[in-house]
Design a protein around this ligand. Sequence first.
Ligand code: F6R
Length: 609
Amino acid sequence: MCGIVGYIGKRPAVPIIVNGIAKLDYRGYDSAGFAISENNRFVSFKTKGKLENLRKRIHGLSFSGTRGIAHTRWATHGKPSEKNAHPHFSHKKDIVVVHNGIIENHTALRKYLESKGHHFSSETDTETIPHLIGMFYQGNLENAVVAALKDLQGTYGLAIMAEKENKIVVARKGSPIIIGIIRTGEYIVASDVTAIGEYTKKIVYLSDGDIAVLTPKGYQIFNLEKKEVNRKIENITWSLDAIEKKGFAHFMLKEIYEQPETLANALRGKWDARRMMPKFGGLNIPEYDINNLQRVIILACGTSWHAGLVAEYYLEKFAGFQVEVEYASEFLCKMDDLGSRDLVIPISQSGETIDTLMALRKANKFGVYSLGIVNSVGSTIAREVTGGSYIHVGLEIGVASTKAFTGQIMALYLLAIYLGRVRGILKGAQADILFKKARALPGLVTEIFKNERTIISIARKFKRAANFIYLGRGLNYPTALEGALKLKEISYIHAEAFPAAEMKHGPIALVDRKMPVVFTVQKDDGYEKILSNIEEIRARKGIIIAVVEKGDSLVRKKADYIIEVPGTSMFLSPMLNIVPLQLLAYHIARLRGCEIDKPRNLAKSVTVE
Ligand code: F6R
């Protein structure tokens, strides 16, 4: 989604800010632009499409300005176009703004500003911001920003410059902004830490309501009441290796292949042999309160929501909770009344998904415990929960989430075992077996990679299919949902997933000799039933592709194509079964020539509601 980078210091700003937004391009965008101050005059360039177009536009030009802001835009209000790309200017062109988020009262503001004679040059909600700041501007940018922010409704991460003042002002509400300290007098600001890592490891996360002024003399943070606030300087710990493909054709493939390592990391040092339970440092819930809890409400979107559906089984079975897995956006529409016996678990790779953040804020108003299962360290969701656990799978660059999905499931598996032990539902020996079985998982995922040739040959057969159906039962229904999501995201093939038995209540009407149906088959209580579901598809001449446990001769006889995975416990099977489905989606998309790491219309972190 949209990305912001700004720089103020001694060096020419353009290479730094353009390089910075290039680091954010994995988030998805459709236009880009920047503005710098060149001898106290603004110079700005914007282009539609890839950053390459912007680079070509400025090729051969030289810029000496040491202050600038840049932006990648993912269209919300107004189509992707040069005129809608950021930065946007005030009426007198003396204020310039880049913005992430949405201004909800932009229609009323625009009407008001137009009635005062302001002329707008874009269809965006953002353009109201520089116009408003311009209206309040009397030579001090931060004063004008504070005045304007009081009239804005919605969400924003902002970087703002005035032509005649050597400063950058940034502000945040609901959309992240961080300050990177290169050295005193040299600062970089961004919406995402990835843009900053090359220049500094020292960062300051702004909180909602913060406004910061950066000048070549230093920086200051204050709130809307103009009271100074202190935010601590933190150190980025991840390495820049994460943003290299390391010989893989795409980040997505690299991230699929990282799963044995990320799963092993999730388990390392996690076992408390004395108490026979997983260790959790940051949950911040006293054990007597854990015993009092009754209901868990999981809040998430997309892939993270699928991980939540798997966790529902763990939390019910291991820890005796009543569990509700909510789409975060739908939770916002409900009239829930949460109480002291409820525990809220937001799951988010980015930690910035606005739907999940807003749902968490709604839940937090009831004073409940909230445990975040988050990947991105220091992200907004991680900071607004009462406790939680990072999944530590490292930076995920491919827009289609892979290693974060298995990392989330593993973190939730351990959390459910921990809660089950504290609540006396699991015995020490049972927890020990569950943990030991998980320890085998990284090795089992590695075995699946040996089947990549089989998966590629299936991908070749179906690369031109128009539709796919994915079916699974129980814990592997979420696996089917996730497999279908992966395929549609990166190959643009229409794919739907259903609980295997539900298929006969309607979707079976779609099955004919052209329809590939992907089954994930686990040898659990539902095995016999899923065999019948396979027969039902066969009878309609559908093409059966089955992910099965090694040596499953019954399914082998019925299916057209087989992908074998090693046997594991029913509970761990989603983390194994999803791997061939990730690879299948990847290879189909590759053979179709799709842009795998940055699929059309998608963004890595969805920061608009
Ligand atoms: C799918 C995908 C999305 C995200 C969803 C939630 O591959 O990436 O469906 O899972 O947008 O994002 P997070 O987990 O960052 O909250």
